[in-house]
Design a protein around this ligand. Structure first.
Ligand code: GTP
Ligand code: MG
Length: 391
């Protein structure tokens, strides 16, 4: 089961263009006439240079990356507008897609283009974010209010569990009423049992994707880097076109959310070129990597996932486990029999392996470890599992 990142944003912010660059899928874009109505879904490989480096050494018959799923939905204002006319809240189909997403990539338009309509007519990404948040908050509030009714009835039985649940719901309601996100409310492990059932939209981990014009991308990245490093940046003092970018980056910093700048249109064009040509182009623009790749990598991290690797002549492969998973659980990703019969894991960290160049050298140098059932798998571990086949 791939974990899913929902791409949301105002209409015509470039969601489908971004989706296409992530997935090379070719879903229709441009103009309200081709606005997304039905969701686009695709499973995407997570770029990982460790898989590439190991493949150069092992020359395997097969190399396999981890994957995440992206879903691209209709523009939010639009979904709401259509729904408001019918007075039914966010459409059930639209909501279904984003409720089930494990994290959100929120696309904010910062590119100017008179040919691409904007619901609020001007370019102002922080205003757009506030408007999207308001809509998500309203949806969560109605979820919470329905649950409060139910819990109040149940609490009459005197069962303490329901009283605690009610306390949590009221705290959430209060925060949402102040237009705060559910993410800002402190939620204990016990409360999480309840929130897991609610699929709150403002509780999901999120990243902001600033869809930027090609010529602003370099300076946008500079500002993001400065803010991330904690430098003081005054949005009023930067170049006019960068103000919104700075505002969103500062907000992300405050919230502990991730932010990435991309030029969806540029990347859509690059994806038509060969890898070599596309790399030359990126270099000429002074960009270290495709924004799409960053979006995938950051999205993957949002899901609280880590990658461990297996390497051999047959296959070099990246595997996904949740952060904190123990060795047998990781073994179970490969095969349930390996988990059942788990004896121990031979583990070499990728960085140590690269210094040695082979498993034999790693063993000699003493960087290959034998780990037992209680070992917590680390990102970048290369693992080989010993297991009892009879079990
Ligand atoms: N100049 C410029 N135009 C862009 C950029 N990204 C998207 N566009 C254009 O904006 C228009 C809308 O893009 P879409 O990707 O369809 O936007 P969307 O958010 O999926 O739109 P809806 O499905 O209607 O919500 C298209 O004409 C794109 O070519 C960009 O980075 N720069
Ligand atoms: Mg679209």
């Amino acid at each position: 089961m791939a974990l899913t990142i929902g791409i949301i944003g105002l209409p015509q912010s470039g969601k489908t263009t971004l989706f296409n660059t992530l997935t090379k899928a070719g879903a229709p874009v441009s103009g309200y006439a081709t606005s997304t109505v039905q969701a686009n879904l695709a499973v995407v490989q997570v770029p990982d240079t460790r898989v590439d480096s190991l493949s150069e050494i092992f020359q395997p018959r097969k190399k396999t990356y981890t994957t995440v799923e992206f879903v691209d939905v209709a523009g939010m204002g639009q979904a709401t507008q259509a729904a408001k006319e019918k007075k039914e809240g966010l459409s059930a189909e639209f909501l279904g897609h984003i409720r089930n997403a494990d994290a959100l990539a929120i696309v904010l338009r910062t590119f100017a283009n008179d040919n691409v309509p904007h619901v609020y007519n001007t370019i102002d990404p922080i205003r757009d974010l506030d408007s999207l948040n308001a809509e998500l908050v309203m949806t969560d509030l109605s979820t919470i209010e329905r649950r409060i009714e139910r819990t109040k009835k149940a609490a009459k039985s005197g069962d303490k569990k329901y009283q605690q649940e009610l306390d949590l719901l009221l705290r959430l309601q209060e925060a949402l009423n102040e237009l705060k996100l559910a993410r800002e409310v402190e939620i204990s492990a016990q409360d999480k049992v309840v929130t897991d059932e609610l699929f709150l939209l403002t509780l999901k981990p999120r990243m902001y994707v600033l869809n930027t014009s090609e010529d602003m991308l370099g300076s946008a990245n500079e500002i993001l880097a400065k803010i991330e490093q904690g430098e003081v940046v005054d949005p009023e003092a930067v170049q006019k076109e960068l103000k919104g970018i700075a505002q969103v980056a500062l907000r992300a910093k405050e919230e502990g959310a991730q932010v990435v700048a991309v030029s969806a249109k540029l990347e859509a064009e690059l994806s038509e070129l060969s890898e070599e040509e596309s790399n030359e182009y990126l270099e000429a623009l002074g960009l270290p990597q495709l924004g799409a790749d960053r979006v995938i990598q950051v999205g993957y991290r949002l899901l609280n996932l880590i990658t461990f690797l297996t390497a051999g002549e047959d296959e070099v492969r990246a595997w996904t486990v949740t952060r904190g998973a123990k060795a047998p659980e990781a073994a179970g990703k490969i095969h349930t029999d390996i988990e059942k019969g788990f004896i121990r894991a031979e583990v070499t960290h990728f960085n140590d392996f690269m210094e040695c160049g082979s498993f034999a050298a790693a063993t000699k140098k003493g960087v290959q470890r034998l780990e037992g059932r209680e070992y917590e798998i680390q990102d970048g571990d290369i693992a080989h599992f010993r297991f009892n086949k009879g079990k």
